[in-house]
Design a protein. Structure first.
Length: 144
């Protein structure tokens, strides 16, 4: 299985109210759809899958009011042999599930792109980062 493409199809960022007090930040990603997609690579068509996902970040107050949200919808394109494509499509149609390995590959690819995009968007709207960023701290050295 090879990831050969990634696209954002929808980016929505909205700040409803000023953030005050304690704010909880919740991230979520869900696979929404899996479809067959013939991919033209070079001169030949190859079997593939288009996996659509929905990534969201909600900023909520203590009162559970949604203060802001980031929604990213996109797709991951996967190149795979025809037998595995059929198996994946059958599994998706039957119980909305993909094999563990394929699910991990798709979600890790999507998260790598979505995490960075959500950090950029949160900065642009003056929202806290949806992912904890590393901080530099000073440490007192013990006397020798």
């Amino acid at each position: 299985m090879t990831v050969v493409g990634f696209n954002f199809n929808k980016i929505v960022v909205e700040k409803n109210k000023a953030l005050q007090g304690k704010v909880s930040i919740n991230n979520n990603i869900v696979i929404k759809e899996v479809e067959s997609k013939d991919l033209q690579l070079g001169t030949e068509k190859q079997s593939g899958l288009r996996v659509t996902f929905d990534y969201g970040v909600n900023y909520a107050s203590d009162l559970k009011d949604v203060l802001a949200h980031i929604d990213l919808v996109g797709e991951v394109l996967i190149l795979e042999d025809a037998v595995k494509v059929k198996k994946a499509l059958d599994g998706w149609k039957k119980n909305k599930n993909l094999e563990k390995e394929m699910t991990l590959q798709v979600l890790n690819t999507a998260l790598a792109k979505c995490n960075i995009q959500s950090i950029i968007l949160s900065r642009d709207l003056n929202l806290p980062s949806p992912i904890p960023l590393p901080k530099v701290e000073t440490v007192e050295k013990a006397p020798v």
